[in-house]
Design a protein. Structure first.
Lengths: 270, 264
């Protein structure tokens, strides 16, 4: 019986989002049909679907390019942010010097940096990666710093009394303490990163991507194309979030489970 | 045994000043091998200072600390210690927390892990070795913390109000459990608490401390036979001892001089 209610709950967790999507598309189609909205103002869901089918290869290629920009930029930005946080945690002077630079990097609008990056790095993939990395970088630094600072002094004393080396203390105590705040930063910035990639593609792009596709469709008053791109961007946003979520589940089993996973190194079989 | 000639732990006129404040006036104390000593006193009496000095976390302003005759003043890593906070790592399993000392020294060997499993099994947590601490109750978490201390293989264990955060039933069960562990593992235990009942119930000797300045007021032998059932809490000897300690701490009555051992 308990199992039944659990399965019911799982069903609802899948059912509700699908129902919400169907409802949204239904209302959209209904309104377009009822008010007879011209196609160049708002295309019907069917028209958008038709466009997606017709231009499928181009859309998928754009999706792949933007996804690549997101993925590489995201990993690069998160990695750099993490290293910065660790350095800032270790050295007071590094912290004093780097913090103002960090805040400055956040104060400048992404769009402005995007223009400058095009001048320096050209029209290819690199400036897009840098923009995405910049979006992730700051939240990661701030949250990882918080995580490192949150480690209980008594735990560090205990580690010292156990004869732990600096490296082992970092590996077993400080590093895992950063995971939860790190992933909340990554989840927040996952969708923003996609926006970052799109803005970068808008500034100048010869490498394509969904953002460039959107810009082209828009300039030709191809609203069905615009909405198809928007739909792909929405999917991209959700995929990026789910990806971060999945990695978090994998790396922080203690947050979602009461026991170590059977296949993990932590699990003792005797 | 060397217990006769060289005490397990010896404090040689250890004192501690923080600026102008004397946290601990010169204090001498000897603890024999396998002895269970409780330290009681109100807050500000210097019991945590003594604890930190023995643990080596704090270097005393004066005096020396000896373990087995070796000078360990201001050096950590010679005693196992445990606090009111269990300090378990949420991202490690119960077993990994027990063998944490080995892991922090470069990795727990299979033998060390097996020993950890044996400890957990012996003390009733055998079914939980692969669980994360979040799945455990407060009492179970403190048991894991004590096993982590045991697995460090230090003869001297310092416990600073380890059961202070537990409810009174769990606390009583934990005290009895601690006594059974102590008897089985043959360790020397110094147990800091503000709970007089707990101090008497557990200890061979009680160090009573008073504040301003922090110092040892008296050291009292507990002459209650072991093993001690819960009923020993209402034994006349127990009540008399409690009365005496309360008197020392609150200084509202005279103290009978018998059984008092001048310290040193």
């Amino acid at each position: 019986m308990d199992d039944g209610t659990q399965r019911g709950r799982l069903f609802l967790r899948i059912f509700y989002p699908i129902f919400a999507m169907v409802l949204l598309i239904g209302v959209w189609g209904g309104l377009v049909a009822y008010y007879d909205v011209p196609r160049y103002v708002l295309p019907s869901p069917m028209a958008v679907a038709q466009h997606i089918v017709d231009d499928w290869p181009a859309l998928v290629r754009g999706f792949a390019i933007t996804f690549l920009e997101f993925l590489l930029g995201f990993i690069f930005g998160a990695g750099t942010g993490f290293v910065f946080a660790v350095i800032m945690d270790m050295s007071r002077s590094a912290r004093g010097i780097l913090y103002p630079i960090l805040i400055l990097s956040q104060a400048i609008p992404i769009v402005a940096i995007s223009a400058a990056l095009t001048i320096w790095l050209g029209f290819g993939l690199t400036p897009k990666l840098v923009i995405v990395a910049l979006v992730v970088f700051f939240p990661v630094v701030v949250n990882v710093l918080d995580g490192l600072a949150s480690v209980d002094k008594d735990v560090l004393n205990l580690a010292r009394s156990m004869g732990a080396t600096q490296f082992n203390t970092f590996r077993h105590i400080k590093l895992p303490a950063t995971f939860s705040p790190l992933f909340s930063a990554l989840k927040l910035s996952a969708t923003f990163s996609v926006s970052g990639a799109v803005i970068a593609e808008w500034t100048a792009s010869t490498s394509g991507g969904i953002g460039a596709y959107l810009l082209q469709a828009n300039s030709r008053l191809n609203t069905a194309g615009t909405f198809a791109a928007i739909a792909f961007l929405a999917v991209l946003g959700i995929v990026s979030f789910m990806l971060v979520f999945a990695v978090e589940r994998l790396l922080t089993p203690w947050n979602s489970s009461s026991k170590a996973r059977l296949w993990s190194r932590s699990y003792w079989r005797g | 045994m060397t217990g006769e000639t060289v005490p397990k732990l010896r404090l040689n006129d250890v004192s501690m000043n923080f600026g102008d404040v004397t946290a601990l006036s010169p204090t001498a104390l000897q603890v024999g091998t396998g002895e269970f000593v409780s330290v009681v006193g109100p807050s500000g009496c210097g019991k945590s200072t003594i604890f930190n000095i023995i643990a080596g976390v704090l270097a005393p302003s004066g005096g020396r600390v000896f373990i087995d005759g070796e000078d360990v003043t201001g050096r950590s890593g010679h005693v196992g210690y445990m606090l009111q906070k269990d300090l378990l790592l949420p991202w490690r399993t119960v077993l990994e927390n027990i063998v944490l000392g080995a892991m922090l020294k470069g990795g727990a060997s299979r033998a060390q892990r097996e020993e950890g499993v044996a400890l957990a099994t012996r003390y009733g947590l055998g079914d939980f070795i692969n669980h994360y601490p979040s799945a455990l109750s407060g009492g179970m978490r403190q048991r894991v913390a004590l096993m982590r201390t045991l697995a460090m293989h230090h003869d001297v264990m310092l416990l600073d109000e380890p059961f202070g955060a537990l409810d009174s039933q769990t606390r009583m069960a934990m005290q009895q459990w601690l006594l059974s562990v102590w008897q089985r593992e043959n360790r020397t235990i110094i147990f800091v608490t503000h709970d007089i009942d707990e101090a008497i119930f557990l200890a061979d000797r009680i160090v009573v401390m008073t504040p301003r300045p922090g110092r040892i007021q008296e050291i009292i032998d507990v002459k209650i036979n072991r093993p001690r059932p819960v009923s020993s809490l209402i034994q006349p000897e127990f009540v008399a001892l409690k009365q005496r300690i309360l008197n020392i701490i609150y200084q509202n009555a005279s103290v009978e001089p018998d059984e008092v051992i001048a310290n040193g």
